[in-house]
Design a protein around this ligand. Structure first.
Ligand code: AMP
Ligand code: MG
Length: 546
């Protein structure tokens, strides 16, 4: 396999001197060297050709036995130096101490076309950070990570990528429902790929342990390697770095909100330093628009990580990151100021994003205009958006379908003679939206009137812009996906993969390569959640068991 490695992480950062693979607290080290534990019969279930290309591999390379051996964890290719990183994190709001790569093993960093790509196996066996668990991953969660990483990428959401999904041939025992009924399941290993898998938690651990010299080494490494534009690390640069992390995180969250993605476990150890979506666990996609929804059954009580609360949680997590790097700056005030970059970026990007989802011109919706108070459109659009988000919750409304159908609503002023009616009737106006409703009969007269009132306001607003319907449709369809990785659709692929048939995984990867395009032969994957999937585990409720 022709991969070129440049393993900066293990070269530049302090290693754990202990080489034996046993569970422990690892002090004063950024990582521990550890080899993947071999599996009995690795078989490639799916491979993402685009990701292979990023690494300089041909698609054929994925079909070889050597590929299955390497990416199933049975052997290291030349140049690989495998390790597990040490990190901590705040889980559900509480400091959890050392966590670390408990089942992720990095293989090294490939450089290709002037880019750096860390390769990391997930489910490749125990590491010093495995605590009480086995270091393995099951097929269902691996299919979910593989497909969603790639789906998110093609949707334009910053994310870690996935190269391969390999069945191990071994079984892994999991108590999926946490009800004292553990079952053997198929094991799998995903190879994920990103410039770096550094998380907020990698910095928090050294701060919490007051290992400030290691903290500084890691921060300087991260800045020099992954934020080179910031220049030579210094207290000022650490603050600018925080600003950049805030900016990237805000942009990532706005994308999540745009496509209806709920991460499910936004602990600080699952927050990427690079602003990438990372650690696909009990995530989910909104079917009906419900800001209070979370797929994670472990979080069903507090719903800390519900869809509508993700922006606030990201801010909370960034504050933990700011605290972690405080020893490098020694002054609270600039860090607090830097944190505001998050809210500023989020608010601005969110406004732009909603305007795009609705196909509206932005009317220079900058904060300057808002302050000047002169831009009626800015204020008008925020009221329009707020009312929409209420209207979407009147009855169960499929978010993805709604925006695609909204794009079809005629708004253009018809250039017809004056004696022709130029207003759509109520039924005409509502017709495209009917597809988005889970139970159209629940649209009672008051709901209908409120929806119509919003639609008329929307049409009036589109007319202010004078956008032609065809232009608006194209613009809206470029930001409102037709296809997302619907929870129940992913589950169908899992059901097959668990029977040894990876064909639907491959098919969904293909579908998700063009999420904004109409794909007439694949309408079935764009359908709203069927009734059987409403309460089926894996389809709307996910446990952390993976
Ligand atoms: P997660 O909730 O998946 O982000 O995981 C939280 C922590 O638990 C991380 O340190 C993981 O590496 C670790 N972990 C999760 N599942 C396993 C497992 N099966 N074996 C070992 N460690 C695990
Ligand atoms: Mg994690």
């Amino acid at each position: 396999m022709d991969l070129h490695f440049d393993n900066s992480f293990v070269r530049e950062l302090p290693p754990d001197p202990e080489r034996r693979n046993h569970r422990r607290q690892v002090k004063n080290a950024c990582f521990s060297f550890v080899d993947p534990t071999p599996v009995s019969s690795p078989r490639v279930v799916a491979c993402a050709a685009e990701v292979a290309a990023l690494l300089g591999l041909t698609p054929d390379a994925c079909n070889t036995d050597v590929f299955a051996q390497v990416f199933g964890g049975n052997r290291l290719a030349p140049g690989m130096e495998s390790y597990a990183a040490c990190y901590g994190g705040h889980q559900f709001g509480n400091w959890a101490g050392q966590l670390g790569d408990g089942r992720a093993i990095s293989l090294g960093e490939v450089t290709h076309d002037n880019q750096r790509w860390e390769l990391q196996l997930k489910g490749a066996g125990p590491t010093p950070y495995s605590r009480t668990a086995d270091g393995r991953a099951v097929m269902r969660s691996s299919v979910r990570e593989f497909l969603c990483s790639e789906a998110m990428h093609h949707l334009g959401v910053p994310t870690t990528r996935a190269l391969s999904l390999v069945a191990t041939g071994d079984s892994v025992v999991r108590d999926m429902f946490y009800d004292g009924n553990p079952q053997p399941e198929l094991g799998a290993v995903v190879c994920r790929v990103a410039p770096s898998f550094l998380r907020f938690g990698n910095f928090e651990i050294f701060s919490a342990r007051q290992e400030h010299d290691v903290l500084k080494m890691l921060a300087d490494y991260a800045i020099t390697t992954h934020f080179p534009d910031l220049g030579k690390p210094s207290p000022t640069v650490y603050v600018e770095w925080l600003e950049e992390v805030c900016r990237r995180t805000a942009i990532m969250i706005v994308h999540w909100m745009r496509v209806g993605f709920v991460h499910g476990v936004m602990n600080t150890d699952n927050m990427s330093l690079l602003g990438l979506t990372i650690d696909y666990g009990p995530y989910g996609w909104l079917d009906n628009y419900d800001p209070n929804w979370t797929p994670n059954t472990t979080d069903a009580g507090g719903k800390r990580y519900r869809y509508g609360y993700q922006p606030q949680i990201a801010h909370w997590n960034l504050a933990r990151f700011a605290e972690a790097i405080y020893p490098l700056v020694g002054d609270v005030e600039p860090l607090e100021a830097a944190l505001q970059v998050y809210s500023q970026t989020f608010e601005r990007e969110q406004r732009v994003m909603m305007a795009q989802k609705l196909g509206l011109e932005e009317h220079q919706a900058s904060s300057d205009d808002a302050e000047a108070g002169g831009d009626e459109a800015t204020g008008g659009d925020s009221a329009l958006v707020e009312e929409l988000l209420d209207v979407l919750q009147l009855i169960e409304t499929d978010m993805t379908i709604f925006y695609r159908q909204l794009a079809k609503i005629p708004a253009e002023i018809p250039s017809t003679p004056a004696d022709e009616p130029c207003e759509s009737s109520d039924d005409e106006l509502l017709a495209p939206l009917m597809d988005a409703y889970y139970a159209p009969e629940e649209l009672t007269e008051p709901h209908r009137q409120r929806t119509l009132a919003w639609l008329r306001r929307y049409v009036a607003r589109v007319r202010e812009d004078g956008t032609r319907d065809g232009v608006r449709l194209a613009r809206m369809n470029a930001v409102n996906p037709k296809y997302v990785l619907r929870n129940y659709v992913a589950q169908l692929a899992i059901d097959k993969a668990e029977q040894g048939d990876g064909s639907l995984v491959q098919e969904l990867l293909n579908v998700m390569r063009h999420p904004y395009d109409e794909q007439p032969a694949r309408e079935e994957y764009a359908r709203k959640r069927p009734e059987w999937a409403r309460h089926r585990p894996g389809c709307s409720m996910l446990s952390c068991s993976s």
